[in-house]
Design a protein around this ligand. Structure first.
Ligand SMILES: NC(=O)c1ccc[n+]([C@@H]2O[C@H](COP(=O)([O-])OP(=O)(O)OC[C@H]3O[C@@H](n4cnc5c(N)ncnc54)[C@H](O)[C@@H]3O)[C@@H](O)[C@H]2O)c1
Length: 253
């Protein structure tokens, strides 16, 4: 496991009361950063996880807010930056599948306008809103942004066609923002494969073993596998920008 000295650094992680985001927030805080943990205000895990980490002596604060809501998202980012006293790392990790079970690509009618609105607003416009609101603070610190995408965005195969398209958009936006914000701010992304997390959309018990059997490393990625790659891109990787790091146990190799 890699580590870094993040004493004096300030990090905001969205969608961080669970899974990849929580592991990332915890890893950055253990490295010495002060970390704002964002999640939906109604998610009871948010306060519970902040309490748990504070109980371990880590410097974390709650930053409740919905990145899918334009006003609430901007309010949350400004408040978090004020509470942290600036910002060095923005980790755009919040995401939604928009469905509790995978939608077969052939079922075009299952994806209606409401579905598109939900996944686009959280998975694609959400990170843009966060970047827009955080850009001044990140410029001041010569900071870094890391977006959580998905291999669905590279392959078109995921929980739905709409979800995959939002992640493809986020990979593209990572490149566009990297160029737009250089040389002050680096912008990168990770593309997870199979993730062992409490993700809203679960594959059936029959499908899951086959999904894992297709992974050359023969296991699902655990949240710290992804957190470590985010740490590398945010705190290291000084000459890397516009890149999407595939972290998938070899699935897309
Ligand atoms: N689980 C997978 O199979 C998988 C695969 C590839 C990529 N990803 C991506 O990884 C990221 C993290 O997912 P995870 O697997 O850790 O799942 P998770 O469900 O454990 O974590 C996602 C968190 O995001 C929060 N969230 C959802 N909508 C939000 C919003 N509008 N505003 C703020 N917070 C919000 C949820 O409440 C949840 O706590 C997501 O962007 C997801 O698209 C997941």
């Amino acid at each position: 496991m890699i580590t870094a000295d993040l004493a004096g650094k300030r990090t905001l992680v969205t969608g961080a009361a669970s899974g990849i985001g929580l592991a990332t927030a915890e890893m950055f805080a253990r490295c010495g950063a002060k970390v704002a943990i964002n999640d939906l205000p109604r998610n009871p895990n948010l306060e519970a996880e902040v309490e748990r980490l504070r109980g371990e002596g880590l410097d974390v604060i709650a930053a409740g807010g919905n990145v899918g809501d334009p006003q609430d998202c901007r309010r949350m980012i400004s408040q978090a930056i004020a509470d942290l006293g600036g910002l060095d790392h923005l980790i755009n990790n919040a995401g939604t599948p928009g469905t509790k079970s995978p939608v077969p690509p052939s079922d075009l009618d299952a994806i209606d306008e409401g579905f598109w609105d939900r996944v686009l607003s959280v998975n694609l416009v959400g990170p843009y809103r966060c970047c827009q609101s955080a850009v001044d603070a990140l410029r001041e610190s010569n900071g870094a942004i890391v977006n959580t995408c998905s291999i669905a965005g590279l392959t078109g195969v995921g929980s739905s066609t709409a979800y995959a398209a939002t992640k493809a958009g986020l990979i593209n936006m990572t490149q566009a923002l990297a160029k737009a914000l250089a040389p002050d701010i680096r912008v990168n992304a990770i593309a997870p494969g199979v993730v062992d997390s409490p993700w809203e959309c679960q594959w059936s018990d029959e499908d899951q073993p086959a999904r894992i059997a297709r992974v050359p490393l023969k296991r699902a990625g655990v949240p710290v596998d992804y957190a470590e790659s985010i740490l590398f891109l945010a705190a290291g990787g000084a000459y890397i920008t516009g890149h999407t790091l595939v972290v998938d146990g070899g699935v897309t190799a």
